[in-house]
Design a protein around this ligand. Structure first.
Ligand code: B12
Length: 146
């Protein structure tokens, strides 16, 4: 089965272009994508990942409030017994001058990988293939290696 990936823009953030591009790229690469769109709450991410038995959650944030919006997110995932790979990307802090510091902040919040606003979708897909141990079958379908 193709791995299911939940994506969305967290909090009150309404920037829709990046998440739409990510969605298209993931679908083109064979992933099963649940795009929750903009202004998605933590609870909606957790519920979708649980309902769809997702392998990964990709959180997008552009407007500079990602740290506040993501506080406690991984506790919610744990409480709901949702065991997924989590990525976050976009313009994650106000100004985003020092990305190493930003990466450290979001890793401390529990994210497996942190991406800046220069990230090409192919980079996220490469990482997903690694982290989910995705393999391409002869029929060109993606499956998760058991
Ligand atoms: C268009 C735009 C808007 C539009 C959004 C329209 C819409 N519905 O999408 C409007 C005018 C509504 C808007 C509003 C605001 N905006 Co605005 N906006 C932009 C702008 C110019 C472009 C964003 C965009 O579409 N980029 C194109 C896409 C393709 O790129 P992207 O979103 O970065 O996504 C790519 C990567 O970041 C990455 N990525 C994104 N998410 C993820 C997630 C993962 C997991 C991964 C792997 C990768 C990834 O992959 C994507 C595809 O390549 C940026 C400036 C900029 N140049 O980025 C400011 C910008 C994001 N906005 C900004 C701000 C401050 C706001 C407002 C708060 C302004 C205000 N005071 O009202 C509001 C917020 C409203 C809200 N509730 O969200 C700031 C954020 C500042 C910060 N973080 O420090 C920016 C950076 C402008 C600036 N330089 O100040 N905005």
């Amino acid at each position: 089965m193709a791995p299911t990936v939940v994506l969305g823009v967290i909090g009150s953030d309404a920037h829709v272009v990046g998440v739409t591009i990510l969605e298209r790229a993931l679908i083109a690469d064979g992933f099963d994508v649940v795009n929750l769109g903009v202004q998605t709450t933590q609870a909606e991410f957790v519920e979708a990942a649980s309902d769809r038995d997702a392998e990964a959650i990709l959180v997008s944030s552009l407007y500079g409030h990602a740290e506040q919006d993501c506080a406690g997110f991984h506790d919610r995932l744990d409480a709901a017994d949702v065991d997924v790979v989590t990525y976050i990307g976009g313009n994650l802090s106000v100004g985003q001058n020092d990305f190493d510091r930003t990466r450290t902040t979001f890793e401390a919040l529990g994210f497996d990988r942190v991406f800046d606003a220069e990230t090409d979708p192919s980079e996220a897909i490469r990482s997903l293939r690694l982290d989910l141990a995705v393999q391409t079958t002869e029929s060109d379908r993606l499956t998760v290696r058991s």
